[in-house]
Design a protein around this ligand. Structure first.
Ligand code: GUN
Length: 292
């Protein structure tokens, strides 16, 4: 039997509807709309597509949103000045600096320059620390999207063997933290799972992956996970995104659908959830800054 499709596109639409309802309720009490400012440096085509999609999603739920497009030769001081202005702007509740940045710019310094209270990507070390300590201010968008895909599809994570493939700061590392943590009132997206993190230096990756009841793949490598690496019936979440002959595909080989119990499609799985969770974070930032 082919794997059940975990439809991120449909769930993201539901979550966007929840955000839009909250924005309308805020407006009814005279509050200004949540505002998201995106900053993009240079002309990386994929980054421009991502930012355009985020900007459109903001408009659809009633947010204010701005895109600051800076030339590829922008200096670090020039970029820091733009971020500083956004930090001070009361109409801006969330700031997103699209990565990657050109080589002349110190990415770490820029991420640290974003006010932690407006850091809706959850990349600032203060917010990473709060997440690690189990008192998150925000959850990072892609890992939170994965947790929502699991929980809202009734896939229990508590006590499960989870393998996360990839150890990036954006996905693998925070994903492992979230899935291992205890869910509490302050940290409702905890997963209570037994988590293994695999990466490029892992010995016998196939054997490690076959241990997983839930396999989250953020390897950044086309079709790195083949059907023989998946335990029959496992839930497989594919965070990868690659364009092959103009078609999008993931880190998981399409043959996985014949082995897995449930699988996210690419496109239409994790991707739309990332944007939905960015909206959730921007709404949360507005509520933290302006009050609910
Ligand atoms: N580049 C790739 N993914 C992301 C993301 O989630 N946020 C930002 N700011 N840049 C990215």
């Amino acid at each position: 039997m082919p794997a059940t499709k975990l439809d991120g596109k449909a769930l993201a639409a539901t979550i966007r509807g929840e955000v839009a309802a909250a924005v309308a309720a805020r407006a009814a009490t005279g509050k200004r709309p949540p505002g998201l400012a995106a900053v993009i440096v240079g002309d990386n085509p994929a980054s421009h597509v991502y930012v355009r999609n985020k900007h459109k999603a903001c408009g659809d739920v009633g947010f204010a949103s701005w895109v600051h497009t800076l030339p590829g030769d922008t200096t670090q001081a020039g970029l820091l000045e733009v971020v500083e202005k956004l930090n001070r702007d009361p109409a801006v509740h969330g700031i997103l600096v699209q990565l990657p940045l050109p080589k002349q710019i110190d990415e770490d310094a820029v991420l640290r320059s974003v006010s932690p209270s407006k850091d809706v990507d959850c990349f600032h070390p203060e917010n990473v620390g709060l997440l690690a300590a189990g008192h998150p201010r925000f959850y990072p968008c892609t890992p939170h999207g994965v947790v929502q895909l699991l929980h809202r599809n009734g896939i229990v994570t508590a006590g499960k063997e989870v393998v996360v493939v990839g150890r990036s700061n954006i996905v693998g590392k925070p994903q492992a933290l979230m899935l291992m943590q205890k869910p509490t009132k302050a940290n409702p997206a905890g997963g209570d799972a037994t988590v293994t993190v695999a990466h490029t230096r892992t010995r016998d990756l196939a054997a490690v992956c076959r241990r997983a009841e839930i396999l989250v793949v953020a390897a950044g490598a086309l079709h790195a996970i083949t059907p023989d690496m998946i335990a029959p019936g496992a839930t497989v979440i594919d965070v990868g995104m690659h364009s092959v002959n103009g078609k999008l595909t993931g880190d998981v080989h399409p043959g996985a659908a014949d082995v897995a119990g449930a699988l996210t499609p690419v496109p239409g799985g994790v991707g739309p959830m990332t944007i939905a969770m960015l909206l959730v974070n921007t709404l949360a930032a507005a509520e933290q800054i302006d009050g609910v």
